[in-house]
Design a protein around this ligand. Structure first.
Ligand code: ATP
Ligand code: MG
Length: 426
């Protein structure tokens, strides 16, 4: 079976931070939610129940664990939970049955054959989807901006990719991935608050009574609330704080003293007010300077709050501008000119104030002098456009008449097995 005009295809874009779902052919995802599920523990009959709706996960609830639906690399770890997650999302938000819906899945840029085969098997065998397609994030982001050849810089929550796309295909050998994204800045800001003795209290941990000008906050018992539930809520608070205060400086912080950066005043949900100074620029600076340079700056400033590179994930990362040139340098000589003039910055982390303009300033300084460099991003600067470019590309692709012959059908699966996904969805 192939999808036709009468069948609504669904685009499923699961990031490590956010899941975006919607009909192919629509500009924006109809449903956007956190990529987490909740599991009720210790509650009689409902013990073990999986909660997939974000508003229900946010609801104040004891004995409730919250866990991500994909691992930090963007791959599904528990396919049973994922199946429930997907079925609930499609039933509750689209009144759709998986057995009737062609599904176009976005997938992480790094090719993972084992994961693709497993996902294919689950979708056909357990969810009984009629047909599916898997498309790499970078390729779909390129389509969203009307390009089939470009260099995609996708800086999301847990990863930053520099991925060359040529004539609609990702160049795997030249794609670079670093395990760093918006979560890094969030974690650093959280550590900073801890080091200053500023506690981040989730909403369920206090009572707030507003009496005229006065706001009275009293602590509440947190007994029975799990650690994962607490971390999930704290992360949301830090995320709002970060999105408001974090700033990429227009010049390297080695040229600008930390104390010259304008402080920002912020109020936490429990009414606690504080100011953040140079750190609002220091942590996002990692995307342009890498960890080593930032540590040198911290040392000079007499701070002992070093940024630890305790994981392999930052090895070799000296900034997104270098990731782009390094990735392009690994492509064929004759396509480099086109890539340099078609750089697309996408992913939520690129929305940090000052990020795009700093990239536009730094990249031409290190790119070959004879080549024109053009960095473009979302036109309106809206969150949806930045974060949902893969969704939008999938939506465009899934609604093209010429694409309808490209779906991987259940019949083809039954005749050839899951391995055929490697050929049908290159
Ligand atoms: N205005 C903003 N300023 C700074 N950061 C932002 C802003 N808006 C979103 N972000 C950050 O972008 C990240 C989410 O981006 P995105 O939705 O692209 O990630 P994802 O696709 O779920 O993750 P990944 O691609 O790593 O799997 C989060 O860390 C979020 O805090
Ligand atoms: Mg992403």
């Amino acid at each position: 079976m192939y999808a036709g005009d009468d069948v609504s295809s669904i685009v499923v874009d699961v990031g490590t931070h956010t899941t975006r779902l919607g009909y192919a052919g629509e500009d924006q995802p109809q449903h956007i939610s956190s990529s987490h599920v909740g599991v009720i523990v210790e509650e009689g009959d409902r013990n073990g129940e999986l909660v997939t709706d974000e508003s229900r996960i946010d609801y104040e609830r004891k004995h409730f664990e919250v866990e991500p639906i994909v691992n930090s690399d963007g791959f599904i770890t528990d396919f049973d939970k994922f199946q429930t997650y997907l079925e609930n999302k499609l039933t509750n938000n689209f009144q759709l049955d998986l057995t009737e819906s062609p599904l176009l899945f976005t997938e992480p840029n790094m090719h993972n054959k084992e994961h693709r085969l497993k996902l294919t098997e689950i979708l056909f065998e357990k969810c009984n989807v009629p047909c599916l397609f898997l498309g790499k994030n970078a390729v779909l982001s390129a389509f969203a901006s009307g390009k089939s050849t470009c260099l995609v810089l996708d800086s999301g929550h847990n990863s930053t990719y520099a991925a060359p796309v040529f004539e609609g295909y990702i160049l795997n050998g030249s794609t670079l991935r670093y395990r760093i994204g918006g979560s890094y800045v969030s974690n650093k800001l959280h550590e900073y608050l801890k080091s200053k003795g500023i506690p981040v209290n989730p909403g369920y941990a206090f009572n707030k009574v507003v009496d005229g000008e006065d706001i009275k906050v009293t602590p509440k018992s947190t007994e029975g609330f799990t650690d994962s539930y607490r971390d999930y809520h704290i992360h949301k608070i830090i995320k709002f704080f970060k999105q408001e205060c974090a700033l990429v400086s227009d010049i390297s912080i080695t040229d600008k003293k930390l104390e010259n950066i304008k402080p920002y005043e912020y109020e936490l949900p429990d009414g606690k007010k504080f100011e953040i100074g140079g750190e609002r620029c220091l942590y996002p600076e990692v995307f342009f300077a890498g960890v080593d340079i930032i540590n040198q700056e911290l040392e000079k400033a007499g701070s002992d709050a070093q940024m630890e590179d305790d994981d392999d994930h930052l090895k070799g990362f000296i900034g997104v501008q270098h990731a782009i040139t390094e990735s392009i340098n690994q492509t064929d000589l004759d396509i480099r000119k086109e890539l340099y003039s078609n750089i697309l910055a996408t992913g939520g982390n690129c929305m940090t104030q000052g990020f795009i303009s700093r990239l536009q300033k730094e990249l031409p300084e290190i790119a070959p002098q004879n080549l024109r460099v053009k960095v473009s991003s979302s036109h309106s600067g809206s969150v949806t456009e930045y974060c949902a470019s893969s969704f939008t590309g999938g939506s465009i692709l899934g609604s093209l008449g010429s694409f309808q012959q490209m779906w991987f059908s259940k019949q083809e699966y039954e005749e050839n097995g899951a391995i055929m996904v490697e050929r049908k969805c290159p």
